[in-house]
Design a protein around this ligand. Structure first.
Ligand SMILES: CC(C)(COP(=O)(O)OP(=O)(O)OC[C@H]1O[C@@H](n2cnc3c(N)ncnc32)[C@H](O)[C@@H]1OP(=O)(O)O)[C@@H](O)C(=O)NCCC(=O)NCCS
Length: 190
């Protein structure tokens, strides 16, 4: 049902202001600094601290993964690392996968997240031929929910007090994009 080659062979995706490139060993240094950022960890719910070696191994082995995509967001003019995203947790039987993204603190609030998410969804639906891409976002992360909505995700539900962080429970929003809806919206936009 899906096109496995479009997951196994890592693409480079070009947008108007950013490029998505396969995450690789040379991203280790900026990725490692990024994973130590407290505010990013609060927004993504990352509880684990990583060593530089763990990050190096992670970055260096992404190209070998046949059933997921891990891409770095780069500034095409300078090659600067702006963040990373993933299409993961592939469910082949149901042609669906999960999506996550995190930009470096200096890269947020300028439309980059929306652009990167749109590029990834286009690849997921047109090349991988997935039927559904879904995600979870903490309800307090309104910027992320808005960017996902702009990129084509639709709110499906709210899991009340499902996320515990720093002594408080928070609601979790479930959002998804469907291939047919996404293609129809894209056709209308052109
Ligand atoms: C989530 C993330 C990818 C979004 O990308 P981004 O480039 O910052 O977002 P964009 O600039 O494309 O869009 C943000 C939208 O939210 C709006 N926004 C910003 N802050 C907001 C807030 N506090 N409340 C509501 N809306 C807000 C912006 O105005 C914009 O909408 P608009 O174009 O309609 O005005 C990025 O902020 C990020 O990586 N943050 C850190 C990690 C994170 O939160 N990851 C997501 C975990 S689920």
């Amino acid at each position: 049902m899906i096109n496995d080659a479009a997951l196994a062979e890592k693409p480079t995706l070009h947008g108007p202001t950013i490029t998505l490139v396969p995450l690789a060993a040379h991203h280790t240094e900026p990725m490692w600094r990024f994973t130590a950022d407290e505010e990013t960890n609060r927004l993504t719910g990352t509880r684990q601290a990583f060593t530089q070696d763990q990050i190096r191994t992670w970055c260096a082995t992404r190209a070998e993964q046949p059933d997921r995509l891990d891409l770095a967001v780069e500034d095409p003019a300078t090659g600067r690392f702006l963040g990373e995203l993933a299409l993961n947790d592939l469910d082949r039987d149901n042609a669906s996968a999960s999506f996550r993204i995190a930009l470096t603190p200096g890269s947020t609030g300028r439309g980059i997240g929306t652009e990167a998410t749109r590029l990834l969804l286009r690849h997921a639906f047109e090349e991988v031929r997935l039927h559904r891409v879904h995600l979870e976002v903490w309800a307090f992360n309104e910027r992320a929910a808005r960017a996902y909505e702009k990129a084509g995700f639709i709110l499906e539900g709210r899991a009340r007090q499902a996320h515990h962080w720093a002594g408080e429970f928070h609601d979790v929003l479930h959002m998804a994009a469907l291939r047919d809806e996404w293609l129809a919206a894209r056709a209308q936009a052109y």
